[in-house]
Structures are given as structure tokens and as C-alpha cells.
Write a protein that binds this ligand. Structure first.
Ligand SMILES: Cc1cc2nc3c(=O)[nH]c(=O)nc-3n(C[C@H](O)[C@H](O)[C@H](O)COP(=O)(O)OP(=O)(O)OC[C@H]3O[C@@H](n4cnc5c(N)ncnc54)[C@H](O)[C@@H]3O)c2cc1C
Length: 292
């Protein structure tokens, strides 16, 4: 492997990305790194910049489809303890980007801090949720976010807050390379009440998701108040199948891939649905899932 200036212990080459992706399929990363400290991460980003090597961040992989045979980049996974911490001070929770969203929700419930309950059942990490402004129709993570610590492509660590933070439907203004941590200001209520609300939301969410949701991905954003699911179904695509990939019965906006199925069938089905919905309804659906 290439020389990584003392960072060899955190970098691997030709790493299969299937185990890190929600569909458990896809290509390999040319380089893959799991830094153990913020300093290592900053050094890695600077090194990649000096070598003109692009850097991609991978969270829980629940919104990424790895279509390329080789992702020609340094794929960074923030799995080490330094990137998964959660702390509470009064009604403010600070969560590192690599922490699982479910851990943030359970900390908030334990501390009697209300606001994030509607995110129950959404897979992935805190950083992935901030980047995509994860949420439901009525609520999203952005409305509870007061500050976000980021690392820029130039290697500077900055805090974005106030006017520098903007969230919209499944979008955020967080375009810096790495989301390091988020600060959430919540409402103090009874812990049992927050736990009950979180559990209720989780049950509702699971009932809407296809069963065995670990082999599925959510394909498109809703369009101007109309759900992607209804546009797909009104285009006659309910149950559409290409190879090992098919649309889920429980919700046509979820794509399901049979175990061992190839990523190509998933990409073909995604493209087919997008083209067919546009042909039938005139609506160009925007992908929620990111294709690498
Ligand atoms: C079964 C299922 C149900 C879902 N339900 C919902 C739902 O109800 N609502 C909803 O909003 N979404 C939903 N999603 C989509 C997905 O779960 C969310 O978008 C989630 O927040 C993505 O988090 P992740 O950690 O998996 O991110 P990933 O998929 O790994 O990455 C998503 C994006 O974030 C970037 N990213 C990840 N980590 C970092 C970081 N540290 N710094 C900078 N950028 C980073 C990635 O580069 C990528 O651009 C669902 C997905 C599935 C599979």
C-alpha cells in the first residue's frame, strides 16, 4: 500500500463496502479509513488534499447505494469511540457525528428531553441525519439543532450556528467535508413520557416500513406535497421487479434487494422507476438515496 505518512494503521486499501452499506452489496473503496482521533482525521484530510485524492464520508450507509465497482476515493468511516460520544448538559445534548441516531434518541429519553422522538426508527448516524435533515413530514432533526461542529476540506475545524445553519426538506446547508458533532436543544419533560412517545413513534415507523427493512432503501423524495409512493403507484409500478430488486409491497418507495442480489439490478430498477414516473406523470422524482 501507498505511504500514508504514519497513518497506515487507520487506512486500508481495496476495502469492500458491502458490509457498511444498508443493502449489503456494492463495490470496493480504493482506500478506507477509520481514524481514532480528531487529529488523525485532520492529518488524513490534509494528506488527501495534498495528493488530490477525494474524500467521502460514510455513516450508517442507509442512504447510499454503492454502484461503482471501485469508489475512487478515501472513504472515511467515523466508528471509533472519539466520534461516537454523547453528552448532556441541562437541556442540550451534544452528539458526535458517528454516534448512532438511536443512541441519541435513547439518551434524550433517559434524560427526559423531548423533541427528537419522531426520528425513532430512522436508521443511520447523527452526521448522516444532519446532512440529509432526516425526519418525517412534520418534524426533522434540523429544527432541534443549535450548532454543528464541522471539518472543512482545508482542514479547519469550525462551528456552524445561527444563520449559518439552514435546514429544508431532506437538505441542510452543511456542505463542509465532515460533520463532527451536533448540539441539540430539547424540551425538558418527564423521562417516562419521552420514552413512551419514542416507543410509539418507533412502532408507527416500523409499521410503515417493509418488514426486514435491513435489505431495503428509500428511493425518492416526496414531490410538492405528493408522496413518491403515490406517484410510483399511479404510474402502475406497484411490485415492479428487475432481477433481484423489487419495489416493496408495504411501500412502493422502498426498493428491496434479495440477499446476494447484485447492485446493478437495484440501480436499474431505480432508473426505471424514475423514468417511468416522469413519462406517466410528468414529475421528475428527485433521488433521496445517493448513488456512489
Ligand atoms: C429502512 C429505511 C428507512 C428510512 N426512513 C427514513 C425516514 O423516515 N426519514 C428520513 O429522513 N430518512 C429515512 N431514511 C434514509 C436514511 O436513513 C437517512 O437519510 C439517514 O439519516 C442517513 O444516515 P446514515 O448515517 O446512514 O448516512 P449515510 O447513508 O452513510 O450517508 C448519507 C449522507 O451523509 C453523508 N455523511 C455521513 N456521515 C457524514 C459525516 N460524518 N460528515 C459529513 N457527511 C456525512 C454521506 O456522505 C452521505 O452524503 C431511511 C432509510 C432506510 C434504509
Amino acid at each position: 500500500m501507498e505511504d500514508f505518512n504514519g497513518l497506515e494503521h487507520i487506512v486500508r486499501d481495496q476495502e469492500p463496502l458491502a458490509p457498511y452499506s444498508w443493502l449489503r452489496t456494492g463495490g470496493i473503496a480504493r482506500y478506507f479509513a477509520e481514524p481514532t482521533t480528531e487529529n488523525e482525521l485532520v492529518s488524513l484530510v490534509s494528506l488527501c488534499k495534498s495528493r488530490d485524492l477525494s474524500v467521502k464520508l460514510l455513516g450508517g450507509g442507509s442512504n447510499i447505494l454503492v454502484a461503482s465497482e471501485v469508489v475512487d476515493a478515501m472513504v472515511v468511516h467515523l466508528s471509533a469511540a472519539a466520534f461516537t460520544e454523547i453528552s448532556v448538559e441541562g437541556n442540550r445534548v451534544t452528539a458526535s457525528g458517528g454516534a448512532k441516531l438511536v443512541q441519541l434518541l435513547s439518551t434524550a429519553a433517559r434524560e427526559g428531553l423531548s423533541g427528537l422522538e419522531s426520528l425513532a426508527g430512522i436508521p443511520g448516524t447523527v452526521a448522516g441525519a444532519l446532512k440529509t435533515n432526516a425526519g418525517t413530514h412534520n418534524d426533522d432533526i434540523g429544527q432541534w439543532t443549535r450548532a454543528v461542529k464541522v471539518l472543512t476540506r482545508d482542514g479547519d475545524v469550525l462551528v456552524r450556528d445561527g444563520d449559518q445553519l439552514r435546514f429544508a426538506y431532506r437538505e441542510s446547508s452543511l456542505n463542509e467535508l465532515v460533520i463532527l458533532e451536533g448540539v441539540f436543544e430539547l424540551k425538558t419533560i418527564d423521562s417516562i413520557e419521552v420514552t413512551k412517545r419514542t416507543q410509539t413513534q418507533w412502532i408507527l415507523k416500523k409499521a410503515q416500513q417493509p418488514r426486514g427493512a435491513s435489505g431495503t432503501i428509500c428511493m425518492f423524495r416526496d414531490h410538492g406535497g405528493v408522496t413518491a409512493e403515490s406517484l410510483i403507484e399511479s404510474s402502475g409500478l406497484k411490485g415492479a421487479t428487475i432481477g433481484a430488486a423489487s419495489l416493496c409491497d408495504a411501500c412502493s418507495n422502498y426498493l428491496e434487494l434479495k440477499e446476494g442480489g447484485s447492485v446493478d439490478s437495484a440501480v436499474s430498477l431505480l432508473n426505471h422507476v424514475q423514468a417511468e414516473v416522469e413519462a406517466q406523470t410528468g414529475v421528475a422524482l428527485v433521488r433521496q438515496v445517493e448513488v456512489w
